[in-house]
Design a protein around this ligand. Sequence first.
Ligand SMILES: C[S@@+](CC[C@H](N)C(=O)[O-])C[C@H]1O[C@@H](n2cnc3c(N)ncnc32)[C@H](O)[C@@H]1O
Length: 197
Amino acid sequence: MEMTAWSEYAAAKSRLIGGLRGTVLELGAGRGANFAHLSPNVSWIGLEPHDRTRAALLRTAHDLRRRQVLAAPAERIPLPEASVDGVLSTVVLCSVSDLGAALAEVRRVLRPGGRFVFFEHVAAPPGTWTYRLQRLAAPFSRTFDKGCDPTRDIGTAIRSAGFATVDLDRYIRPGPLQVPFIAGVAHNAADQRRAAR
Ligand SMILES: C[S@@+](CC[C@H](N)C(=O)[O-])C[C@H]1O[C@@H](n2cnc3c(N)ncnc32)[C@H](O)[C@@H]1O
């Protein structure tokens, strides 16, 4: 499996997040760690289901010119279909309770041709030490780290979600745990009706 150097990961964040335009929905926006990468011209909608995190997010989001914060999970996005130009997710899909439902919601709210930008930690290949450690840690992280499941094959789930294109790079975060990450962009079909036939 081909790996991209970890030193490229930060550059990919600036490029892919900074390239989002128009109305951008950010899933699990946390405390606003991605604001530094977003263009000041976007209309930003943050989705954050956790009350305390959302309160902190509301304070940080004051710097954005056009903003809205929604109290909802990615599995039930309270927006009409085809209503946003881009969706952003950074280390969120490990935590959603239903990954398939969340990705279906991303496709639903994205306009035709819209892009989904993601940066996620993922499961190591089965049989590796990292995968064994991820499996051992999973019950604890699910309970104590907002539902985080480190054993998810998020790349395969995104590829199977029905996007017209998916381009992703794989990375290993340096350190003793050698945790794999993916980063990339998926596009909704420009003509959804034709894609659905
Ligand atoms: C590891 S944090 C990442 C925060 C931020 N995206 C960042 O990169 O700093 C995961 C975030 O996902 C949120 N989250 C958990 N379950 C979620 C769900 N079902 N739908 C949307 N967000 C969720 C958590 O509240 C938390 O803010």
